[in-house]
Design a protein around this ligand. Structure first.
Ligand SMILES: *Cc1c(COP(=O)(O)O)cnc(C)c1O
Length: 400
């Protein structure tokens, strides 16, 4: 039915899910899987976390949507708790990650004209090769991935691309007309690319020296995923703007936003920017509960510990098909000598959901509530799947 009535803009794994709890999901035939996709980090807290579910149900019976034409009694609470968690003065809430990135782009351009004195319509945002910031026309215009762009132009001007991980390219690119650097601390969709140590701190220094905003897209790396609060924390960097989404909604409801100092967010006045659903009371209660789970259950600490175990376990498999295991916390990429899609399909039959990102990289990113036994089970399943891909005829453990 989906293929009959739905646009074919996805090619899902051949599994139909109907239930989830913690790190597990079940398909319509009752088979259980460990979810190592976790909706690209939107389910850091695990599936159907009871505290977040209760918050959603409670608020759904109270007040759900008001628009920002009036005040609601939940938004200020989330703003206070989110800014306190993140260490910023202010936040601006939207719904999806792409909208939050668009918000940051608008803020950066306004900053460029009002504060940096860039000539009208000349502001430039520097982005990195292999970036992923979402799917709007402006954002795919800043992408280097041919498929994301092909036949979707014309694109807005005002972006300049530098190679990810190279400081001297940043120094050459960031100049008088640069209003911001938009960058992921670790590139998730781009293949779990971890930059060389010191790169992010150097990027922060170059931005500071040249008066460009450092805007960290933490939509995927934020809220404990990489073993700390944000990906930028690994190098002790406090970006001018932090972009959040995904896990802020606890897997229940889209909530995104940007965090920044007051003197930046005051560049927006009434009517300059908005969203019908952004900051709605239902989303706010979900996000408050989602944040509490991240803190109360120390999901960042668990991501760090379980991530180390996962990486060690995967490396110890010593498979000839594995070129490299990389990542930080529970954002792990396994670079293969074979198409990652082949391994993802083999893993499905071993009870693990994981997805290729780029052709040769399998991303393993389970909910951050995963325990040591579950990590070991995933490692064993990857080992079996690798052996099957290596020698499909002799692996008799399951039927194809
Ligand atoms: C997923 C993602 C986005 C876009 O978020 P959507 O909610 O899908 O619009 C932006 N940036 C990064 C780094 C992401 O991983």
């Amino acid at each position: 039915m989906e293929q009959t009535y739905g646009a074919p803009n996805y090619a899902p794994l051949e599994v139909v899910l109907e239930r989830g709890e913690g790190v597990y999901v079940w398909d319509v035939d009752g088979n259980r899987y460990v979810d190592c996709i976790s909706a690209y980090s939107a389910v850091n807290q695990g599936h159907v976390h009871p505290a977040i579910r209760d918050a959603l149900v409670r608020q759904a019976g109270r007040l759900t949507l008001t628009s920002r034409a009036v005040y609601n009694d939940r938004l200020p609470l989330l703003l206070a708790e989110l800014t306190q968690y993140a260490g910023y003065e202010m936040a601006l809430l939207m719904n999806t990650g792409a909208e939050a990135v668009e918000t940051a782009i608008k803020l950066a351009r306004r900053y460029g004209y009002r504060r940096k004195g860039i000539a009208p319509d000349r502001a430039e945002i520097v982005v990195c090769s292999d970036n992923f910031h979402g799917r709007t026309t402006t954002i795919v215009g800043a992408s280097t991935e041919a498929q994301y762009r092909r036949e979707f132009g014309p694109f807005p001007a005002g972006f300049r691309v530098v190679p990810f991980g190279d400081v001297s390219s940043l120094e050459a690119a960031i100049g008088a007309t640069t209003c911001a650097l938009l960058i992921e601390p670790i590139q998730g969709e781009g293949g779990v690319n971890v930059p060389p140590p010191g790169y992010f701190a150097a990027a922060a220094r170059v931005c500071r020296e040249r008066g460009a905003l450092l805007m960290s897209d933490e939509v995927q790396t934020g809220f404990g995923r990489t073993g700390s609060r944000f990906g930028a924390d690994a190098e002790g960097v406090r970006p001018d703007v932090t972009i959040v989404g995904k896990a802020l909604g606890g897997g229940f409801y889209p909530v995104s936003g940007i965090l920044a100092p007051r003197d930046l967010l005051e560049l927006f006045g009434p009517g300059d920017h908005g969203s019908t659903f952004g900051g709605n009371p239902l989303g706010c209660e979900v996000a408050r509960a989602a944040l509490r789970v991240i803190v109360d259950e120390d999901l960042a600490g668990n991501a760090r510990r379980r991530g180390n175990e996962m990486v060690e376990g995967l490396r110890a498999l010593r498979s000839p098909l594995v070129r490299q295991v990389r990542g930080r916390g529970l954002l792990i990429g396994v670079e293969l000598t074979v198409k990652a899609k082949t391994l993802a399909k083999a893993l499905l039959r071993e009870g693990v959901l994981a997805k290729d990102t780029r052709d040769y990289v399998l991303r393993i990113a389970p909910p951050l509530v995963i325990d040591p036994e579950q990590v070991a089970a995933v490692v064993d399943a990857v080992g079996r799947a690798l052996r099957h891909v290596e020698a499909p005829a002799t692996a008799g453990a399951f039927s194809a």
